[in-house]
Design a protein around this ligand. Structure first.
Ligand SMILES: Nc1nc2c(ncn2[C@@H]2O[C@H](COP(=O)(O)OP(=O)(O)OP(=O)(O)O)[C@@H](O)[C@H]2O)c(=O)[nH]1
Ligand SMILES: [Zn+2]
Length: 217
């Protein structure tokens, strides 16, 4: 894989070295090859279900799904889509928590390929680097756009920010509804799941942990 974005390389190496990378196997296919094959295979799945692909409403569905998988909901599998990251020197000497709350998050459960709908809260205590605020939302979105389990998603965001900000002092919490729990299977209408990943002082100092957790609604 030829990734030109330096931040993407730093993040990918950090994830691999901590065993947090999504299980992937490089298959040598270009994105347009992938879309063409997914379209073909999804068309076959629909035909096996007995659907009439000559119907004008269904005819384009295999193509729509292929495009949606590669360009949208699974685009985070491709590090070429990793956001451009702006990190600046911490000349202001910020040494208190920066916390971004209620980041919208839509992901896809890797067991059933249905929606995970939630919100993330991310905090860090700057050391030498400060990151552009919107880049935190973009990093959350990048990792959400993969087939996921919520625990891994939470840890990937933590690990990426630790690597980019060169500090362990990062915290991530996600609260989400899994449609594989709500709309099928056990069909629980109301349950939601919180996962939290804490690094550095967020893990070791009770008052820092408390300050972070208090900021989560
Ligand atoms: N830990 C974890 N589990 C998840 C996540 N998303 C879905 N799951 C669970 O993955 C499990 C897969 O279990 P299986 O028994 O193999 O699948 P299933 O027969 O469809 O299970 P049911 O959902 O209970 O009908 C289910 O318990 C899901 O609720 C997640 O983000 N984290
Ligand atoms: Zn699921």
């Amino acid at each position: 894989m030829s990734v030109t974005n330096q931040a993407a390389l730093v993040v990918r190496d950090a994830l691999i070295s901590r065993g947090l990378e999504t299980p992937v196997v490089e298959n040598g296919l270009s994105n347009s090859d992938k879309k063409q094959k997914i379209e073909q295979h999804f068309g076959e799945i629909m035909q096996l279900m007995g659907l009439d692909l000559s119907d004008d409403s269904l005819a384009e569905t295999p193509r729509r799904i292929a495009k949606m998988y590669i360009d949208e909901i699974f685009s985070g599998l491709d590090y070429d889509n990793f956001p451009k990251i702006t990190v600046i020197e911490n000349k202001m000497k910020v040494d208190e928590m920066v916390q971004v709350s209620d980041i919208s998050l839509t992901s896809t459960c890797e067991h059933h390929f249905v929606t995970i709908d939630g919100r993330a809260t991310v905090a860090y205590i700057p050391k030498t680097k400060v990151i552009g605020l919107s880049k935190i939302n973009r990093i959350v979105r990048f990792f959400a756009r993969r087939p996921q389990v919520q625990e891994r998603l939470t840890q990937q965001i933590l690990c990426a920010l630790q690597a980019l900000l060169e500090t362990d002092n990062v915290a991530v919490s996600i609260d989400a509804v899994h449609y594989c729990v709500k709309a099928r299977g056990v069909q629980d209408e109301s349950s939601h799941t919180r996962t939290t990943s804490l690094g550095g002082n967020f893990k070791s100092k009770p008052e820092t942990r408390q300050e972070f957790l208090q900021g989560i609604r």
